[in-house]
Write a protein that binds this ligand. Structure first.
Ligand SMILES: C[S@@+](CC[C@H](N)C(=O)[O-])C[C@H]1O[C@@H](n2cnc3c(N)ncnc32)[C@H](O)[C@@H]1O
Length: 228
């Protein structure tokens, strides 16, 4: 496959198509590495900053918004997939959570009534230009002293191909057979993640590598960044 067969648009098309199975997979706690490692890792990283107001970017059905709201954090969530935003609203009724349907490419501080202490992206930075545009806007969404957290696949899992940034064919391997048309994803090397943060006006201040006890390997990487 060539790069022209991949795009940010295809990422969203796939998520629109898989919104229902995704909600069921989260409900049934089907993703082992999330249950064993990565959910707790991102919640601990987020609460470590004692945020008053957090924005969950690419929130999906918003389990993380609810986890933070239950600890007293005022939480907003955005996602481009209408069915996921509707599910987020339904599941979060009565909690201090607000949701907006929005693509990363459209994010700017004028769209929100407040700035945030914390921006958090949990396995939601999948594309190429959409991610560049979002990170460029991130400093304007933060209060002075605020932080950005990104949890993503550890770059030691380069997918098929060399250790070089670029689009990869997606796969639902390990997921149930309700999923269709996996989203392509834009792999970034560790160096390219850090360079992208830098060119977006953000500096890396910490990096976590939560290890999955089932494999002995890192389940993810968590970048902690703040505006320079
Ligand atoms: C793997 S899911 C993660 C959802 C949630 N953060 C979680 O931890 O369960 C990736 C999410 O990113 C969203 N997403 C991907 N690209 C996006 C974009 N360009 N604009 C808005 N949302 C996007 C998808 O719709 C999907 O809900």
């Amino acid at each position: 496959m060539t790069d022209s067969e991949f795009s940010d648009e295809k990422v969203l098309r796939s998520w629109r198509r898989n919104a229902e199975p995704w909600q069921r997979a989260i409900n049934r706690a089907e993703i082992g590495s999330r249950v064993r490692v990565t959910d707790a890792a991102i919640v601990a990283a987020a609460l470590g900053y004692r945020p008053r107001a957090a924005l969950d970017i690419g929130c999906g059905e918003a389990w993380l918004c609810r986890a933070l709201a239950s600890e007293g954090v005022v939480t907003w969530g955005v996602d481009a997939v209408p069915a996921l935003i509707q599910a987020a609203q339904r599941r979060s009724e009565g909690m201090d959570c607000q949701f907006m349907e929005m693509r990363y490419e459209e994010m700017e501080c004028a769209r929100f009534p407040q700035r945030f202490d914390l921006l958090v992206c949990n396995f939601s930075l999948i594309g190429e230009q959409s991610v560049q545009q979002l990170l460029a806007a991130a400093p304007t969404l933060l209060q002075p002293g605020g932080h950005l957290l990104i949890q993503t696949l550890h770059p030691c899992w380069a997918g098929d191909g060399d250790y070089q940034s670029g689009w990869r064919q997606g796969s639902w391997e390990g997921f149930n057979n309700e999923f269709r048309d996996p989203p392509p994803w834009y792999f970034r090397t560790l160096g390219d993640w850090i360079a992208l943060l830098g060119s977006s006006g953000l500096a890396l201040c910490r990096l976590d590598e939560p290890v999955d006890p089932a494999t002995g390997k890192p389940a993810s990487v968590i970048f902690h960044a703040r505006p320079v």
